[in-house]
Design a binder for this molecule. Structure first.
Ligand code: G
Ligand code: G
Ligand code: MN
Ligand code: NA
Length: 254
């Protein structure tokens, strides 16, 4: 109850902010994309990461409001960077289950893109296996529409949930994001390395791209590159940054 009231207040007081983690080309080091990650700028408790509030937020009726705000803010920022002349990068936005179940996801996404003058391929939506598990045919419809329009769809934390491999077939996916738990140990655990290799092989055969999450060392980067992985995310490149710092990073890379 207390946290619920706090959330409503925070939404009204606009205390949520987005940080952006770069998605990097393993070959050139160029920034190809940014994943928008939610932070709560709490007046008393300071900057909170999702671990501190996401579980409650997700079950809260305000999650739809926050989710739609995240989508809007990430698109606004993406358009602003494009308008400043930076090379276009993909904006990746995580979805809450309520946004998927709301019934008007395709319309919400389409109108958000056009409000900010963005083409569909500027955006990549991320869904978790847990969200995907609950999907019925009815809820696949918005993703089919958005996929046809050219919006990217990434399977987040891939390999850690309970989704059957057949789920991959049912979704109009464009990207598999290999969960960071596999990357963390892939250099010392042959089973993790085998899983990463298998995901890359399957993705390649299915025409999907792969983003490796949680890359922390050059050795991991080199091993992933040797296996055919081309895009990665992780502390080796950068943690999620406030927009102004992300922009500085883009400037330095020019
Ligand atoms: O930023 P951090 O790595 O702490 O995020 C932890 C998890 O919280 C992410 O893996 C992601 O699943 C979730 N998360 C972070 N930001 C958002 C967001 O904007 N929307 C949704 N739906 N989930 C988010
Ligand atoms: O969407 P997702 O839940 O995967 O969000 C990414 C999360 O992973 C964020 O909470 C971020 O803080 C975390 N993260 C990003 N890069 C790294 C990394 O290189 N190492 C570790 N341990 N965590 C990371
Ligand atoms: Mn994600
Ligand atoms: Na993830």
């Amino acid at each position: 109850r207390a946290l619920q009231d706090e959330l409503l207040r925070a939404i009204r007081a606009r205390e949520f902010v987005l940080h952006y983690q770069p998605q990097v080309c393993l070959e050139s080091g160029r920034v190809m994309g940014a994943e928008a990650l939610l932070r709560w700028n709490h007046p008393l408790r300071g900057l909170l990461a999702p671990a501190d509030f996401l579980a409650v937020l997700e079950t809260h009726s305000g999650a739809l409001t926050v989710g739609n705000w995240i989508l809007d803010e990430a698109c606004r920022q993406s358009a602003a960077w494009r308008a400043s002349g930076f090379a276009p990068i993909t904006m990746a936005v995580n979805l809450f289950a309520v946004q998927v179940n709301a019934g008007n996801l395709a319309e919400t996404v389409t109108s958000t893109l056009s409000r900010h003058g963005l083409l569909a391929d500027a955006l990549e939506l991320e869904v978790t296996e847990t969200i995907a598990l609950d999907y019925e045919e009815r809820t696949l419809e918005p993703f089919r529409k958005l996929g046809k329009a050219g919006v990217g769809l990434a399977f987040d934390d891939f390999g850690t949930g309970h989704a059957a491999l057949s789920t991959i077939k049912r979704f109009p996916l464009t990207v598999l994001k290999v969960d960071r738990s596999f990357i963390r140990d892939m250099l010392r655990d042959p089973q993790d390395a085998a899983i990463v290799r298998a995901v890359l092989g399957m993705a390649g055969d299915m025409g999907l791209s792969v983003i490796a999450e949680g890359i922390e060392t050059r050795a991991q980067e080199a091993a992933l590159y040797a296996m055919g992985c081309r895009v990665g995310q992780g502390y080796l490149y950068s943690k999620a940054l406030p927009a102004a710092e992300f922009e500085q990073m883009l400037k330095r890379a020019e």
